[in-house]
Ligand binder design. Structure first.
Ligand code: FES
Length: 572
């Protein structure tokens, strides 16, 4: 076995080794720090203010048992955590900061490998980005989805049903009291959102990338089998240190291909696009927006989960989980990809069985024939925009209508329910100033609520266009991630209310039907410029100055690539 990284701190008889060992002993066995036993960090996003991850301390305890059993030494390492529903102005503003802080703490400390504990939306992406940049042996343990809640005899989809029920209130078909009554039924147990939102998607994609112990992603948080997998992941963490297997060995062009296939087959969140692009950017693996369309567009939707379908994550696990899905699409997977165990992902696929075909459909009888993410380009989105056709109204996938433009989400809320607003079901709602630089942080506001007066007439979907993101639990005909964003000088800043917008998803185009010379001659909208945030200090300022476009993953320019695990200087 080659010399452990941690031995640079602990091995030897000199004064520095003395200092490192002496301060760490505190009851550890004598041989724990002799330089021969792998030191395993448990990067733990448990936090009382990240309710979806609150249970991860218990998961960490079981990881620790596995690490001890395998001869390693576990170290709980609390890291920056992000509660999607809690942090302002939007959790995405802090994803890169969390990834940077985790990266630096993994590099700075005497560890040989890391177990990454995440759950809520941004936590697994941030952990993966950090691990990719440090490139120490790493394995992910997703915290698992919550159990299915019910209200008035029917299941409640976490997130998705908040959007649906609140629209019913605005449409006048559900009372406010009934809406409030549903609140206590929404979250039934520990765990993250139980729809195919971003947290569920990123857990499944972490496994499709090969970064989990196979069979772990999707186990409900309250299921004791998750704790057994946590224990086994602790054993694995020591094993991969001995094997020298790093994220760069696992996350490759082949595994990213497989993640995109999985994203489409499961009907996963559009947010996965920016997260996978960002992870690839940390490893220098070429991945572009167009790869999502090229690889995923013809993949059928096999999983009938909310928001695109009916069931929830507990049902997916019961029906066979990710392995069953992978088996159905195994002919579309790149067989060269391995998992963190060293075995090919194809071995996971071969182990899958569908136990309930109403939840996981066979390849031959999918929920929808093509479910991937479509990438659009045109004079409104020269660098690209995306739409999830599976969550859209088919008749709106080819649409021409007049734009109704909003310069900020506040502008939108102030005017959308004005009875005098000139809007009908053909109108195209355009919201700008919500990209990474513009908001800042690229919030999940693209699925704008429809005007109340149209809801009351029975309208349930309209074409909406935005440079922001959309919650993975949301649905509708929404073009999002428009790039370049308006705040970065993208042409979205020139469109005016009344301009004809033309969407053609089959042709992959998004345009405003205004002569290019006229568009070029228009100044950026003054109301947009007036509304843009100009942070004066702290992370927000650094972020606005350095964040890149959604089309490349919205990472910061100075965080691209790898720092590597080596830190040679020391202060003692
Ligand atoms: Fe945490 Fe949905 S709010 S996963």
């Amino acid at each position: 076995m080659s010399r452990l990284r941690s031995a640079e701190w602990y091995a030897g008889d000199d004064r520095n080794a003395y200092i490192h060992r002496a301060w760490m002993r505190r009851g550890l066995p004598d041989d724990a720090l002799d330089g021969s036993r792998p030191q395993i960090a448990i990067a733990n996003t448990a936090s009382d203010l990240t309710p979806c991850n609150r249970h991860l301390d218990e998961v960490a305890e079981h990881v620790s048992r596995g690490v001890w059993e395998a001869g390693g030494v576990p170290h709980n390492l609390p890291v920056v955590s992000l509660g999607e529903t809690q942090v302002r102005p939007t959790a995405m503003l802090w994803r890169n900061m969390a990834a940077m802080a985790i990266e630096e703490m993994l590099r700075a400390n005497p560890i040989d490998g890391v177990v990454l504990l995440g759950g809520c939306d941004k936590t697994i992406p941030a952990l993966l980005m950090a691990a990719a940049s440090v490139d120490l042996p790493a394995v992910v343990v997703p915290g698992g989805p919550m159990l299915t809640g019910t209200f008035r005899g029917v299941p409640l989809g976490c997130g998705t049903d908040v959007w649906r029920l609140s629209e019913e209130v605005r449409a006048g078909t559900l009372s406010e009291q009934a809406f409030l009554d549903s609140e206590s039924s929404m979250i039934r147990s520990r765990g993250h959102c139980n729809t195919m939102g971003t947290a569920s998607t990123m857990a499944l994609l972490a496994e499709a990338l090969g970064m989990t112990l196979p069979g772990t992603a999707g186990i409900p948080a309250a299921d004791s089998r998750l704790l057994a997998r946590a224990h086994a992941s602790g054993l694995l963490a020591v094993d991969i240190v001995h094997a020298g297997r790093r994220p760069s060995d696992v996350i490759t062009a082949a595994s990213l291909h497989n993640a995109i296939v999985t994203l489409a087959a499961t009907g996963g969140s559009t947010n996965a696009v920016v997260h996978l692009l960002a992870v690839a950017g940390r490893l220098g693996v070429p991945l572009t927006l167009d790869d999502f369309d090229r690889v995923g567009a013809a993949v059928p939707l096999l999983v009938d989960l909310q928001p695109a379908g009916r069931f929830l994550m507990e049902d997916l696990h019961r029906a066979g989980g990710l392995a069953a899905v992978l088996r159905e699409v195994s002919h579309l997977l790149d067989p060269s990809a391995i998992t963190v165990t060293g075995a090919p992902l194809m071995a996971t696929a071969a182990s899958g069985t569908i136990w309930d075909e109403s939840v996981i459909r066979p390849f031959a009888s999918p929920v929808q024939p093509d479910a991937g993410i479509a990438v659009l380009r045109g004079n409104l989105a020269p660098a690209g925009a995306i739409i999830k056709p599976a969550a859209a109204t088919p008749s709106l996938l080819r649409h021409r209508g007049p734009a109704l433009v909003f310069d900020s989400i506040e502008d939108f809320h102030a005017r959308i329910d004005d009875p005098a607003l000139d809007v009908d079901e053909n109108t195209v709602l355009v919201l700008r100033g919500c990209g990474p630089k513009g908001y800042p942080g690229m919030p999940e506001v693209s699925n704008m609520p429809l005007p109340e007066k149209l809801l009351r007439r029975g309208v349930r979907d309209m074409l909406r266009i935005c440079d922001g993101r959309m919650s993975g639990t949301a649905y509708g005909t929404v073009v999002l991630h428009v790039a370049p964003e308006a705040a970065a000088g993208g042409p979205l800043d020139r469109i005016r209310t009344g301009d004809p917008v033309v969407l053609d998803v089959p042709a992959r185009t998004l345009d405003v039907d205004v002569p290019q010379a006229e568009l070029d001659a228009r100044p950026p909208a003054q109301a947009l410029l007036d509304g843009l945030a100009r942070p004066r200090r702290g992370w927000e300022r650094l972020y606005v100055d350095t964040v890149l476009g959604a089309d490349t993953g919205a990472d910061c320019d100075f965080l691209l690539g790898s720092s590597g695990p080596r830190v040679s200087r020391e202060s003692h």
